[in-house]
Design a protein around this ligand. Structure first.
Ligand code: SF4
Length: 342
């Protein structure tokens, strides 16, 4: 990944709130990050850390109400996606920014053939006629490794295996050659063999098509293998962001450090005891006025309870939100995940 490549996405101070009967839930707090052309940004964090809500907010896929994108900017090709009209946004979604969801069965329509679902964006966004769209749809299925592609266009989603359905979702997301692909835990529901195949496929496609990718996962092993840069989220905010090598070699936030220590390792014939992060993720409510990790942080000091630390630059493209980021409280090399390419 070349340094200083042009930015394809620039997210600034994004805040998303859910209105509930019991009050507001601040699910995304002052999230800022950018994405360079051809880069793969891994986004990690526990369930409820705000990963998916952040990414869905970028292209306003979040149901509103109850959600409300309260402030921020999402700059894409000179436009703010939070401000553009619905028609423009529809043209961008699915055409220039593709999205792959975790569970293809909830995203693919069971009553339409896979061919129909692949043709639809091609005819709508690329202006193709039926014959051209059919040809391109078969090429896309071949591209994602589905054998006998032309015949399989006539099949319905339930006639594909889980791994093949996920490939179909990727093919649909890639249909219009998007500049950005957002993949939300796309391999979580798959067994490890299929997961490895999908990851290999993404690596190949990225090289072939040069698109930028945001890959959301809770699996640091996956991130170590495919990401250029990693963004760690906790309690609805970014707590650390760094090039993948720096994050694994020198994690600076106590939560990142703890997360890395939970990666299971097998040394020789004996598996080590699984580490866990003690305590529970924070219950999100009002905008945080303290560090969201303070109840689980062994390094917490007095200021952590009264001030939410801002992200600060601590190295080249390395930012950390911790009052003690200068003292090295959270730093230190973490064990490298099995199969990591960092
Ligand atoms: Fe721990 Fe304080 Fe840093 Fe939060 S700000 S991670 S509580 S040391």
């Amino acid at each position: 990944m070349p340094d200083g490549a042009p930015k394809v996405l620039d997210v600034r101070n994004l805040n998303t709130v859910f209105r509930t009967r019991t009050g507001e839930v601040h699910a995304v707090n002052r999230v800022s990050f950018d994405l360079e052309k051809g880069e793969l940004l891994g986004v990690v964090g526990e369930s409820g850390s705000g990963k998916s809500v952040t990414m869905m907010s970028l292209i306003r896929l979040i149901p509103s109400p109850p959600a409300e994108i309260r402030s921020g900017q999402v700059l894409f090709d000179g436009m703010d996606l939070l401000e553009v009209d619905d028609d423009t946004l529809r043209d961008i979604r699915g055409a220039r920014i593709g999205f792959v969801f975790q569970d293809p069965m909830t995203s693919l329509n069971p009553v339409f053939t896979v061919g129909f679902q692949l043709r639809e964006p091609l005819m709508r966004h690329m202006g193709m006629n039926r014959r051209e769209a059919d040809r391109r749809a078969a090429e896309l299925l071949e591209l994602v490794g589905i054998p006998d592609a032309a015949r399989r266009l006539r099949d319905y989603p339930h006639q594909f295996s889980g791994g093949m359905r996920q490939r179909v979702m990727i093919a649909i997301a890639l249909a219009c050659d998007p500049e950005v692909l957002i993949a939300d835990e796309p391999t979580t529901a798959l067994d490890v063999t299929i997961q490895a195949q999908i990851l290999e496929l993404v690596r190949e496609l990225r090289q072939k098509l040069g698109m930028a990718i945001i890959w959301i996962t809770h699996d640091l092993g996956v991130i170590a293998g495919i990401a250029d840069r990693v963004m760690v989220m906790y309690g609805g905010q970014v707590v650390e962001e760094a090039p993948v090598r720096a994050l694994f070699k020198e994690p600076r936030h106590p939560y990142t450090r703890a997360l890395l220590e939970t990666i299971p390792h097998v040394r020789g014939k004996r598996a080590e005891r699984l580490e866990v992060i003690e305590g529970q993720p924070p219950i999100l409510g009002a905008a945080p006025t303290a560090c969201p990790f303070r109840d689980r942080c062994a390094a917490a000091v007095e200021i952590c309870g009264r001030e939410n630390p801002a992200l600060r630059e601590v190295g080249a493209r390395h930012r950390v939100a911790c009052h003690l980021s200068d003292t090295g409280a959270g730093s230190g090399a973490a064990p490298e995940p099995e199969g990591a390419h960092v």
